[in-house]
Design a binder for this molecule. Sequence first.
Ligand code: 13P
Length: 215
Amino acid sequence: MIEADLRQRVVETARALNASGINQGTSGNVSARIDGGLLITPTSLPYEQMQAADLVALDLQGQPLHEGQRRPSSEWRLHADILRQRPEAQAVVHCHSTSATALACHGRGIPAFHYMVAVAGGVDVRCAPYALFGTQIFSDLALAALEGRQAALLAQHGQVTLATSLQQALRLAIEVETLARMYLQALQLGEPRVLDVAQMAAVQQQFSALLYGAA
Ligand code: 13P
């Protein structure tokens, strides 16, 4: 995809975060891989004002690829580290969705209370311990929670997803929020039963057999 189109898609994805109800205000940030680095939303710019030219191009160490750009998202380390350490990732979405964040405020991830947890790549969605936003330790803890997964909750903060496209990263963030909401509701009657490792492996096999989510 040419960079101008990708820039437009990053802006559309950022706007879709708020339009879908999984984010609010200038919280959250979006990035996509480009040759030699990433395009990322600028810090603190309302999404409805954001234009393709406002996106910031960085290399994977966080150095600007062009002069005179806006300041990148405060979470550029998280995005650059994910794209550097997870070669399969083409896009990263971070947002402060309400139910995922509510769980993460208790330091709780999402166990396999529902088979759709497997869409995040494993038997659960882990919660990374709290660290100050924008720091290397915050990024390191998030990367650890993402090991073998495409999504993680972030304590006292929100959630992050990675995927092979912007659209998939956004869809996964919406799915994580839905699962978190379901889990919070299920918890009102007590801790729900959790599917075991064999049952979740069977779910993964079924996803593969039916090419589930590949459309
Ligand atoms: P930015 O506006 O710097 O991207 O920050 C938003 C955010 O969610 C920080 O975690």
